[in-house]
Ligand binder design. Sequence first.
Ligand code: S3P
Length: 177
Amino acid sequence: MEKNIVLIGFMGTGKTAVGTRLAQRMGREFVDTDKEIERITGMTIRDIFYKSGETRFRSEESLVVKRLADKTGMVIATGGGAVINPENLKLLKINGILVCLEANPEDILRRVSKKKNTRPLLGKNVTVDDIRRMLQEREEYYRQADIHIDTSGLEPDEIVKRIMQKLNEEMYGPTKG
Ligand code: S3P
């Protein structure tokens, strides 16, 4: 059985951009939970939050996770809050290797500021301190990943390279040199 590679981590850590490239490199199918939710509901993530609330979003997210977690051999990018639900985390771990993309709060702020207003949980006046606080709240969940990659200052292609290295080590042990 080929395990799924599941990208987790805070908003703005590059899960979608990295996941797309990683899937290409590994010749695997790529799926992004937020895109799936949008496809299934016919609404944008932003509209779901504003029209139906976060509870509805989280329940759509759990349904998508449940369905994807059953599959194998995929690259799955999750929304930053997906693994905050212990049931989602547990399901994704059964068939998946969890890779957490990490970045410092300053980098995250810089990245999310480029796409203003697309993330309902980060208002347009979000500060580094807000992000630091949310990272702290989520730390115990992100810590459960099998592999952690510090993405600070790295381009997606370099991040993909590092993930593939770590995946190889995970499967065949550390390389010499
Ligand atoms: C969220 C992250 C978003 C999206 C939603 C909630 C979160 O995805 O799922 O806005 O709770 O961290 P990205 O991590 O892809 O931005």
